[in-house]
Design a binder for this molecule. Structure first.
Ligand code: C2E
Ligand code: CA
Ligand code: CA
Ligand code: CA
Length: 279
């Protein structure tokens, strides 16, 4: 029989063992990456029905010296298993607020918002609300230009505590968006009690919106739901004009996707903004 102390994890499956040590290696790599400042933020513009840019989503990138750019889906889950997600998350918030502060000083950019992805573990941290407050205070930005993208997985923590925290953020003036809407444990009962400003339709439903009647129905339902709850609704992963048109016709307010722009460095984003201004 295998004997192990209370805090010792026992692996019986060599494949699981391999996964666990790969994760441990990745976690160590991530700590190094943090120390060597290998993280970057890309930005992807969001536009309104008239094609005018309203803001951008900040998307984390890991510039690995050997592996090149590692996409977030490949390292965020591991970062979430350690406290590193808290450190990185704080950095993302600070960077986003600094960028907003720079835009706020220019009349042709002061209307732009930045959306920041918040992981469940980060949101759950007792100091999260204070950290957001500090980031806003340090940068001096208007709180409503900062949009936090939260996912439904937060609700697993208990409804009341989540609603309370969201309420504190709302009172601060920060905008709240529910990301990947429809993918998680959506329940209409909780939705109306969450102090949200925006719903984001996941790419999964946008992708085949023109060919799959179910996806079309889901997209229309989300838009209708958002409208009846007086929430703004943004579609992500919009790749074709036909998708954009379908969504716009059904009342979608905002769009994000390769049709307009891929996520890009802040330098390239500034060029996009200039081009968008003179339209
Ligand atoms: P997400 O929040 O759903 O972000 C949208 C993802 O869709 C991004 O992937 C974006 O690059 C991609 N995308 C945008 N438009 C299109 C399109 O037209 N077609 C296709 N095929 N894809 C499109 P990305 O950048 O790889 O990020 C993946 C996920 O990683 C994000 O999904 C988000 O959940 C997470 N993430 C990114 N940055 C952060 C961060 O700073 N903190 C946390 N906690 N999570 C982050
Ligand atoms: Ca997002
Ligand atoms: Ca997401
Ligand atoms: Ca998504």
């Amino acid at each position: 029989a295998k004997r192990a102390g209370r805090n010792t994890v026992c692996f019986f499956d060599p494949q699981m063992q391999a996964v666990a040590s790969a994760n441990a290696a990745l976690a160590a790599d991530l700590r190094l990456a943090w120390r060597h400042q290998q993280f970057e933020l890309d930005y992807q513009p969001q536009v309104d029905v008239n094609g005018r840019m309203t803001g951008a989503e900040a998307l984390l990138r890991w510039q690995h010296p050997q592996r090149g750019r590692v996409p977030p889906d490949q390292f965020i889950p591991t970062a979430e298993e350690t406290t590193l997600i808290l450190t990185i998350g704080r950095w993302v918030l600070d960077r986003a607020c600094e960028q907003l502060a720079a835009w706020s000083r220019r009349s042709d950019r002061s209307h732009l918002s930045i959306s920041v992805n918040v992981s469940a573990r980060q949101f759950r941290h007792p100091e999260f609300v204070d950290e957001v407050m500090d980031a806003i205070a340090r940068s001096g930005v208007a709180p409503n230009k900062l949009k936090l993208e939260l996912t439904e997985s937060l609700l697993a923590d208990g409804f009341d505590i989540t609603v309370n925290k969201m309420g504190s953020l709302k009172r601060m003036g920060v905008a709240l968006s529910l990301d990947d809407f429809g993918k998680g444990y959506s329940s209409l009962a909780y939705l109306k009690r969450l102090p949200l400003d925006q719903l984001k339709i996941d790419r999964e439903f946008v992708k085949d919106v023109l060919t799959d009647a179910n996806d079309a129905a889901i997209a229309r339902t989300i838009i209708g739901l958002a409208q009846s709850l007086h929430l703004q609704v943004v579609a992500e992963g919009v790749e074709t004009e036909e998708q954009r048109e379908f969504l716009a016709q059904h009342g979608c307010d905002g769009f994000q996707g390769y049709l307009f722009c891929r996520p890009m460095s802040i330098e390239r984003l500034e060029e996009f903004i200039e081009a968008n201004l003179v339209q």
